[in-house]
Every structure is written in structure tokens, then in C-alpha cells.
Unconditional design. Structure first.
Length: 261
């Protein structure tokens, strides 16, 4: 009976067909990102924010991410770079704290603007990379530079679960083996996601409805992560990525407009 009531509470937030569809797409994109399709997960929160308040959208997706982290970390547990994690994680903790402090001061309707700027900037950055451009740190940059990129990763992850670009800027030039790159990303952002939990609790974001909605999406979260792990070894996703990043730019622009008017 308790499980049924919890499921019904969660479905109150997802009762609208459009909201449910956006939630399903958002969770699937997060799963693909955790499986190795780096960057796709940044589209999840702004997508769900089209139907729900952005703070609520982010709160629903955080428990989903925590479950997906278990799958991705286990899958890549033997392939990660301890030196990179050691430098970036302390900076990420600081970035999470800064963003959480700002969230307590920013009205929820203004949060749309912040989310839109992060989404728009991420999309432009990734399109530049796809066209052969480079916005990266030198491959020989010292560890303290990585700590600064960690601050940026923690900040954008706290705001929109979109901490990928700073990580990619610092780590990509080091030309890690593909499995090591994905494993390092998986472990770093699994740690960052747990660092975000206290602030979500303190801000009162984890309501019963939010947690129940997240629980209803967990089966899809697990399946999509395994799907991402399976696909990353078999698929050339170049055109798919370009379409996603174009959508991200358009979506970011829409959120900015909503936040300004």
C-alpha cells in the first residue's frame, strides 16, 4: 500500500502527458550520457524545465542521476585517472557550494534565466568543438588549473546537472584512452552528485512528490544507462550530437527569453 501511494504521489507531477514525455526523454538522455555519450545529459534539466519549475526539474533528476551513477561507475570502475580526480574534486566541491549559496538568493522565476544561459553556452561550446574548434586548457597545465576547472564543473552541475564542458576543456587535451576518459568522468560526477544532495535537502527541494516522481523514473534510468554503455561501443553519433546541440542552443534561447519576460 505504501509503495502504491508513493507511486501515485510521484505521478501527480508527471500526470500531464507532455510532462511525462519530457521526463522520459530527459532520463533517457541522462542514461546515454552516463553510458559514455558525453554532453547529452546537459539537455535533460532544460527539457524538463519546459513543463516544470526548473528547481523542481533539477530535483527530480538528481536521484535519477545517483542511481545511474551506480551503473556507470561499476561499468568503468577499472578505467579512471586518480590524478585528475584528486585535483578536480576539491574545486568541484567549492563550485557546488557557491552555486547552492546563489540558489538560496535567486528567485525561482529568475532561475530560468540562469538555466538558459548555461544551456545556451553549452550548446554553442559543443557546436564549436564539432566544427573543429578548440577551447581547451594546455595538455601540460598543472593540477591547480584542473582545480579551477573543477570549480566551474561543480557550479554548472549544481545549477543544471551540466558540469561536462569544464571537465572536457581540461581533460580532453590529455588524450586519455576512451575508456579511461569515460570512467574518470563517471567517477568525478558521481562524487559531485552526492555533494549536491545536502544543498537540495537544505533548500527543501526534495518534497515527497519530487522523490516519488524520481522513483517512478528509476527503471527507465537504469535501462537507459545500460543502453548508453552498449551503444557507445557500436555507434558513430556525430550527426546525432550536432542535432542535439542545435536543439540545446534553441532551448537555451527560449529559457533566456522566458526568464527575461
Amino acid at each position: 500500500m505504501g509503495a502504491a501511494l508513493c507511486w501515485m504521489a510521484g505521478m501527480e507531477l508527471l500526470a500531464d502527458p507532455v510532462t511525462l514525455a519530457l521526463a522520459v526523454v530527459a532520463v533517457f538522455l541522462l542514461g546515454l550520457a552516463k553510458g559514455g555519450f558525453s554532453g547529452l545529459g546537459a539537455l535533460a534539466t532544460p527539457l524538463l524545465a519546459l513543463a516544470l519549475p526548473p528547481v523542481t526539474a533539477a530535483a527530480i533528476l538528481l536521484p535519477v542521476l545517483l542511481v545511474q551513477d551506480v551503473v556507470s561507475v561499476w561499468s568503468f570502475r577499472h578505467s579512471w585517472d586518480k590524478w585528475i580526480i584528486g585535483w578536480m574534486l576539491p574545486g568541484a566541491a567549492l563550485g557546488v557550494a557557491i552555486a547552492a549559496g546563489m540558489a538560496a538568493l535567486i528567485p525561482e522565476d529568475r532561475f530560468l534565466l540562469v538555466l538558459g544561459v548555461v544551456t545556451f553556452g553549452f550548446g554553442l561550446y559543443r557546436l564549436w568543438i564539432e566544427r573543429g574548434g578548440r577551447i581547451v586548457a594546455a595538455s601540460t597545465s598543472p593540477g591547480w588549473v584542473g582545480m579551477l576547472f573543477g570549480v566551474a564543473s561543480g557550479f554548472t552541475s549544481q545549477v543544471a546537472h551540466a558540469g561536462g564542458p569544464p571537465f572536457q576543456m581540461w581533460v580532453t587535451p590529455r588524450r586519455l584512452p576512451h575508456q579511461t576518459f569515460v570512467g574518470t568522468s563517471s567517477i568525478l560526477f558521481a562524487a559531485i552528485n552526492w555533494l549536491k544532495v545536502p544543498s537540495y535537502i537544505l533548500l527543501g527541494s526534495f518534497t515527497q512528490q519530487v522523490l516519488a516522481a524520481a522513483a517512478a523514473l528509476i527503471p527507465l534510468a537504469i535501462a537507459s544507462t545500460f543502453a548508453g554503455i552498449w551503444l557507445i561501443r557500436r555507434m558513430d553519433a556525430g550527426r546525432f550530437y550536432t542535432l542535439v546541440y542545435l536543439l540545446m542552443v534553441a532551448l537555451g534561447a527560449r529559457l533566456i527569453w522566458q526568464g527575461l519576460v
